[in-house]
Design a protein around this ligand. Structure first.
Ligand SMILES: Cc1ncc(COP(=O)(O)O)c(C=O)c1O
Length: 406
């Protein structure tokens, strides 16, 4: 282990104290001390209900919450903090868009294009919109190497297309999609694009203006922040026209028996008491990512992925899902071990204290498209090391033997 590894790892209490080799970072990441301290400090020193009191503590809580919004705005290059809505997670953000934008703007005979690699969170909300409106969901299938052919998309877009839903990085394929090209095609057709950044924001610099996306979402917990805080970015002019998603406290301007006027964006989308502690934790996680810097995070994760991928390619009974090149896997490698069910693969890893994920990874249409039911997935975070990758490879090499297959 290098001193650089050590310096990063010592910031993560669980990584330090637990002997497990944690390689399920696409599901959620461990939390650094600075995030835990920030949440603790918020509750020990500043907690009150934000936006509700005119006393000091409430104003401190409000300031901490709004500072977090500004930190997210800066991280993803939004035009203004009002374009950032805090939610519970990426799933809630996508549901908010589907309910609030989709149900009011998509009509019978309209078409919604969804990439086949979407997490169910960026598929089911659109299926629900289609079911309610009579619109049609059209699938954009990927190529055998997990890439998405823009010519295929060109063939799917027509005068009925209203929305394209696509992930920047799939949680199974790990490949970075050309979101800017998809945005341009959507806009040329008069449609909008909804981009899922859940697996990109933790690992690479993203800029919503450069990507020219209309909506963009991610979860805090996959980028070293606490669970329960998620982000929805939306273009101001779209958010402004959308009706609220949830109704209740704090999202109104005024209420009489006869008439309600709603608060301005983003507050009209944040009904009820907000997760200020989570937002503060997210701001601290953003600080952590910025201090390390995306170039370093990317470099470490790319090196680990390449090291692992290249060794796996040499193993005769392993088939990797998606691209043939390590460079096209953003810290994520999903694979099959011939003759062994992914649940058995994962159980053997678990026996050895290695945490990897088995199943369909909430991407059943993708698995079906590839012709499999499930896979095992290893995914890296910034604190993982070559020693951990080597131990993973060592156990992987012995799995068939342990199942009695020789
Ligand atoms: C690509 C992608 N989108 C969306 C989600 C949903 O995230 P959450 O469960 O935090 O809402 C995940 C979670 O694994 C994901 O990988």
């Amino acid at each position: 282990m290098t001193t650089a590894d050590q310096r990063i790892r010592e910031q993560f209490p669980l990584i330090n104290t637990n002997s497990a080799i944690y390689l399920d970072n696409a599901a959620t990441t461990q939390k650094p001390q600075c995030v835990l301290d920030a949440v603790n400090d918020y509750y020990v020193n500043h907690n009150a209900n934000p936006m509700r009191g005119l006393y000091d503590l409430s104003m401190e809580a409000t300031a901490a919450y709004e500072d977090a919004r500004s930190a997210v705005c800066e991280l993803i290059g939004a035009e203004r903090p009002e374009e950032i809505v805090f939610t519970r997670n990426a799933s809630e953000s996508l549901n908010l868009i589907a309910y609030s934008y989709g149900l009011h703007n998509i009509k019978a005979d309209d078409e919604i294009i969804v990439s086949v690699a979407e997490h169910h969170s960026n598929f089911l909300p659109w299926k629900n919109v289609a079911d309610h409106t009579g619109a049609k969901v059209v699938y954009w299938d990927c190529e055998p190497d997990g890439s998405f052919d823009l010519n295929t998309l060109h063939g799917l877009i027509n005068e009925h297309t209203r929305l394209i839903a696509i992930t920047q990085v799939s949680n199974v394929l790990g490949r970075v999609n050309d979101i800017r090209a998809v945005s341009d095609m959507a806009h040329n057709a008069g449609a909008i694009i909804v981009c899922d950044g859940s697996q990109s924001v933790p690992h690479m610099k993203t800029d919503v203006k450069e990507l020219d996306v209309d909506f963009f979402v991610f979860s805090g917990h996959k980028m070293y922040a606490p669970m329960g805080i998620g982000v929805l970015y939306g273009r101001y002019k779209l958010l402004d026209k959308m009706p609220p998603f949830l109704y209740g406290g704090e999202m109104i301007e005024s209420v009489t028996k006869e008439r309600v006027t709603y608060a301005e964006v983003p507050h009209k989308f944040e009904a009820g008491t907000v997760n200020a502690g989570g937002a503060v934790g997210l701001a601290a996680a953003i600080g952590f990512v910025k201090d390390l810097g995306y170039p370093l995070i990317e470099q470490r994760e790319k090196e680990l992925t390449k090291h692992t991928f290249d060794a796996m390619k040499e193993m005769k009974y392993i088939s990797i899902i998606g691209a043939e090149r390590a460079e096209d896997h953003m810290g994520i490698i999903a694979f099959k071990v011939e003759g062994v069910h992914p649940h058995d693969v994962t159980a053997i890893f678990s026996d050895e204290g290695i945490c990897v994920r088995a199943g369909h990874h909430c991407a059943q249409p993708l698995h079906k498209h590839i012709g499999i039911m499930s896979s095992t997935r290893v995914s890296f975070g910034v604190y993982n090391t070559f020693e951990e990758a080597d131990r993973f490879l060592e156990v992987l090499a012995g799995i068939r033997g342990r199942m009695g297959i020789h």
